[in-house]
Design a protein around this ligand. Structure first.
Ligand code: HEM
Length: 490
């Protein structure tokens, strides 16, 4: 009866791998995680086109990868609900900005948008620079590359980048210094472990289990224990900041903007929410905790992924790396001064290289929308309750917009080359009303970290010995088995 329903028949008009009874297309997906993207976003797109459907058991996913189709979804003001796969994040992030829908999302988005204004982001430059310095010291220590020309082989840079981006987002979101780069901390261990548990649930298919059933499994029990510790930690930080902010209110007017040291006060995202509350916006403690946890989740793995793939692109394209270093020399000369917001606007070639690496290795290679209404897409009817997946990895390899798509060619992003390209052909941060709220923060962070690293080191990778690095789509796009790079001090 199900097979003959008009719902299934409507979906099956869209081309796709032949569906098998009960499992749908699950068995057609490769077992190796490093082959998933190649199969789902390259092979099937070639075979079936830029709109195709897959069945995961009884659940249909419409996969789209052309700018025109993607624009239609991302510019809709009504199709803003997230796909089913996101629900495994709900025990951690609750109704924070990433998962919220409807009026709840609109209200939070309106409230949080001012926190990403240029003026506020400018205050985070010392956090970026301080942590970039620690990152360089840590890399120099482990590779023992303190003096020019010194050389160390094959250091997996990914764990270093993850700790660095975690330190940055902890300070930006909560205003606290965890110092993950320098010492062990329970909170950071928990962030890593919870991400692992969520990925395991997602990949093992247990994502389909309702929470109450999953909670009975060993991982489910561990997840609950860790989440309790993490939520307690965030709640404690919120309580303490509330008290501090109340005390600040009692200070004389002129002292409010100054720290005791006399430097300008930097407001964490958490502070901005607490201050908004004082000005009459009603946010419960749980609302604030969900938003802080969402920033912690969205704001570290994504940027670590972006930078690790950027370094890889530099390492395998020495000619482009040399051009970036030339530009850095023009802007900074021999000085080891920190990178300012103004500097970042001058680093045009670096920006092209960052964009080109985001094109080839988008940290979020696929994201999803739940159809709350029936729509027409590419000539097909998409029924209510279907899921539409936006395949960004495939989109960014569309030859029509990016000729020789596998070639690293940063010149594509120079102004004259990008004029006329479809606005939705390159969307690593999504686009439209539900785009990444942290896009500017992330780009500034990436520019500071990558420019600091390239002012200190030259990176290379032995393609002949190791072959191209494979990418696996977990919560973000990760290099399989880390990212072993050779590092030389310059
Ligand atoms: C290179 C780094 C980053 C990339 C590639 C990235 C990418 C994305 C993408 C593709 C989305 C849309 C997801 C969807 O529709 O399901 C998104 C949403 C979001 N991102 Fe980012 N992100 C990055 C960094 C950050 C940072 C640093 C923050 C916080 C400081 C952040 C906070 C968020 C939030 C809160 C949302 C949900 C927005 C909403 O639904 O209104 N992201 N990001």
């Amino acid at each position: 009866r199900w097979e003959n329903s008009s719902y299934v028949k409507t979906i099956d008009l869209i081309p796709g791998v032949r569906r098998k009874f009960l499992v749908g297309n699950i068995t057609a997906l490769p077992k190796e995680s490093d082959e998933v993207l190649e199969t789902a976003q390259i092979k099937w797109v070639k075979q079936y086109g830029r709109i195709l459907r897959t069945w995961i058991a009884f659940r249909p996913f419409v996969q789209i990868s052309s700018p025109v189709l993607i624009e239609k979804i991302l510019t809709s003001h009504t199709l803003i609900d997230k796909g089913k796969s996101y629900s495994i994040l709900r025990p951690w992030l609750g109704d924070g900005l990433l998962l919220a829908s409807g009026d709840k999302w609109r209200r939070s988005r309106r409230l949080l948008t001012p926190a990403f204004h240029f003026q506020i982001l400018d205050n985070f430059f010392d956090v970026f620079n301080k942590n970039a310095e620690i990152l360089c010291e840590q890399l120099a220590k482990v590779t023992k590359t303190f003096t020019p020309g010194e050389f160390a082989e094959d250091v997996d840079v990914f764990p270093f980048l993850k700790k660095c981006t975690l330190d940055i987002i902890c300070e930006a979101a909560m205003g606290i210094q965890i110092n993950a780069q320098l010492q062990d901390s329970e909170y950071i261990r928990n962030v890593h472990r919870i991400s692992e548990i969520i990925i395991e649930r997602f990949l093992s298919g247990k994502g389909m289990l309702p929470d109450w059933l999953y909670n009975l499994t060993q991982n489910g029990r561990e997840q609950n224990k860790i989440l309790k510790q993490m939520h307690d930690f965030t709640s404690k930080v919120i309580r303490e900041r509330k008290v501090e902010i109340a005390l600040e209110e009692d200070l004389p007017e002129e002292a409010k903007d100054e720290e005791i040291t006399g430097t300008k006060k930097r407001r964490a995202f958490l502070d901005l929410m607490l201050l908004a509350n004082q000005n009459g916006v009603e946010l419960s403690d749980l609302d604030i905790r969900n938003e802080v946890d969402t920033f912690m989740f969205e704001g570290h793995d994504t940027t670590a992924s972006a930078i690790v793939w950027f370094l890889y692109c530099m390492a395998i394209n020495p000619k482009h790396q040399a051009l970036v270093q030339e530009e850095l020399n023009e802007v900074f000369g021999d000085s080891n001064r920190p990178c300012t917001m103004e500097d970042t606007t001058k680093l045009k070639y670096l920006e092209c290289c960052i964009k080109e690496s985001l094109r080839l290795y988008p940290p979020v290679p696929v994201f999803s929308r739940y159809m709350t209404e029936e729509i027409e897409l590419g000539g097909y009817k998409i029924p209510t309750e279907a899921f539409v997946n936006l395949q960004i990895y495939a989109l960014h390899r569309y030859e029509e917009y990016f000729p020789e798509p596998e070639v690293f060619n940063p010149e594509r992003f120079q102004t004259n080359e990008s004029i006329g390209r479809h606005a939705f052909a390159f969307v690593p941060f999504s686009a439209g009303s539900r785009n990444c709220i942290g896009q500017r923060f992330a780009m500034f962070e990436e520019k500071v970290l990558s420019s600091t690293l390239l002012r200190r080191f030259r990176f290379s990778y032995d393609l002949g010995k190791r072959g191209p690095r494979k990418a696996i789509p977990e919560l973000v796009l990760k290099p399989k088995d880390g990212m072993p790079l050779q590092i030389v001090a310059i």
